[in-house]
Design a protein around this ligand. Structure first.
Ligand code: NAD
Length: 492
């Protein structure tokens, strides 16, 4: 046990606060929500349960900050410097934040570190990019000078899920603040403490009061109030498709734009010439990471029939070797986030077994994993019929579905056969086929002989269809978090 986890375990309930207008505060009602540790099933911290009136305060503090001398007069480069300073402060607190993230979400500590490192990278990337955003000049007619400039939306509301609190917060905050917006962030009531602590570091990094506000609470209370607030100029939401629909209608009522990053049922296609020794470890890792609670998890593996037996045999033995356990033991997987997520994942598996879908391989749970924690095993099923819920619906758990195919056309048809379209992986040595299929697949990202590219801070990310719309990450996010204005000057 590290010194920090010993300290955490020795305390009763850590009390976390919001950050509004640069000040730490409780909900105006004084009400709190208990955070449950997924590894033990026990409460370990409280966060404020904010209401619509707290949302109002946070949004008006962001609006005041937007036009304040401290923020509005900073150059893009000065905003970038503050982001770089924040990256440095996160880096100095890396061990502490990684442990917080792992304990809060249940993911193995090494993945907690990966998430903090990704957050550092986001703030570095957007710190460096802030003063590289340019407009264009447009050759309209001889007596005019026409140009485009990018301006901030204004107050951006960000609603963050529990699976990658720190990464998703950092990718939004980095890009939105780089462009000169101010922010009100509502992280998830299931896991959010890394975000709360990082907000305090932002104050230390020199972000003026009100530029970054953190407001905790329930989705249907604080989240709904934030998405309906008429003083918000743009919403970015990452979470479930159902809530995405609510966010989009709230944005429509206020005539503002929104970015929706929703779920996925991402296919990985293993063609007959795939290098299985390279493909299968990556495929397994992608579904085990964060216990499969990853929107871009490659949860459907389409396998050419000529490689079926080999794939099944390899995954059977490698899945059997996987172990789930406590975050600090750094095993293959931690627990799922909560009891309802565990029930949901188990229900998918029970249905598959009732429907006679073969369970190819299954991992184990470490004997010392607390029985009240939300642990489950990694499972691989196949062949899964293409119309079964395991092949169509997002399980959001460590469950891999194998689907056989015979031809390239059939593989593309199956890959495009769900309402989602977030990421796809192609495993083949044939560059012409890889290019053809990459063009035919309906999704926001396609990887060839790799998957995810280590998070890819630089790579535009987002979906089509039920996976959402808009792009985050990379330079594209700077466009998403800004408005293009055309200015035309007559000099006749
Ligand atoms: P969720 O939609 O229940 O919650 C996400 C956030 O929305 C939380 O902060 C929650 O408090 C808030 N929320 C809930 N109800 C709300 C409402 N009525 N109004 C406003 N806000 C509300 O999703 P979740 O359970 O936290 O996350 C799991 C889902 O998110 C999965 O479907 C997953 O695929 C998706 N996800 C997508 C991405 C992506 O980048 N595409 C990333 C992570 C998670």
């Amino acid at each position: 046990m590290t010194e920090f986890s010993a300290k955490l375990n020795s305390q009763a309930l850590n009390k976390y606060t919001c950050l509004i207008n640069g000040l730490k505060c409780d909900a105006s009602s004084g009400e709190t929500i208990e955070l449950i540790c997924p590894g033990t099933g026990l409460p370990y911290a409280t966060i404020p349960r904010c209401s619509a009136s707290d949302v109002g305060k946070a949004v008006s503090s962001a609006r005041t900050a937007l036009v304040s001398k401290e923020w509005a007069t900073l150059s893009a480069g000065q905003r970038g410097e503050r982001l770089l300073r924040l990256a440095e402060l996160i880096s100095q607190n890396r061990d502490h934040l990684a442990e917080l993230e792992a304990r809060d979400t249940g993911k193995p500590l090494s993945q907690g570190y990966d998430d903090i490192d990704a957050a550092i990278q986001y703030f570095r990337f957007y710190g460096g990019a802030a003063d590289k955003v340019t407009g264009e000049t447009l050759p309209v007619a001889v007596d005019y000078l026409a140009m485009t400039v990018r301006e901030p939306h204004g107050v951006v509301a960000s609603i963050v899920p529990w699976n990658y609190p720190m990464q998703i917060f950092a990718r939004v905050a980095g890009a939105a603040l780089a462009m000169g917006n101010t922010l009100v962030v509502k992280p998830s009531e299931e896991a959010c403490v890394s975000v709360i602590e990082t907000a305090s570091l932002a104050v230390e990094a020199g972000f003026p009061a009100g530029t970054l506000n953190i407001l905790t609470g329930l989705g249907e209370e604080a989240g709904a109030a934030l998405s309906h607030n008429p003083e918000v100029d743009f919403i970015t939401f990452t979470g479930s498709p159902d809530v995405g629909v609510m966010i989009q209608s709230a944005a429509a009522r206020n005539h503002i734009g929104c970015t929706l990053e929703l779920g996925g049922k991402s296919p990985q296609i293993v063609f007959e010439d795939a290098d299985l020794s390279k493909a299968l470890p990556v495929i397994q890792d992608c579904i085990l990471k964060n216990g499969g609670q990853t929107c871009s998890a490659g949860s459907r593996v389409l396998v050419h029939q000529s490689r079926w037996e080999e794939t099944v045999d390899t995954l059977r033995s490698s899945f059997r070797r996987t172990v789930s356990g406590q975050y600090k033991d750094n095993l293959d997987m931690g627990p799922l986030i909560n009891a309802s997520q565990l029930r949901r994942v188990n229900a998918f598996c029970e249905q598959a077994e009732t429907d006679g879908i073969p369970l190819i391989g299954e991992g184990t749970i470490a004997p010392d994993a607390p029985t009240e924690g939300y642990y489950t095993t990694a499972k691989v099923y196949g062949p899964v019929p293409v119309d079964h819920s395991l092949a169509l619906d997002e399980v959001f758990g460590p469950v891999l579905s194998l689907i056989p195919f015979r031809t390239e056309d059939e593989a593309v048809r199956i890959a495009n056969g769900t309402p989602y379209g977030l990421v796809a992986g192609l495993w083949t040595k044939d560059i012409a086929r890889a290019t053809r299929v990459a063009k035919a697949i309906r999704s926001g990202q396609v990887f060839v002989n790799t998957y995810g590219a280590g998070g890819g801070v630089e790579l535009p990310f987002g979906g089509v269809g039920k996976s959402g719309h808009g792009r985050e990450k990379g330079f594209e996010a700077l466009k998403e978090f800004s408005v293009l204005k055309t200015i035309v000057v007559s000099h006749a």
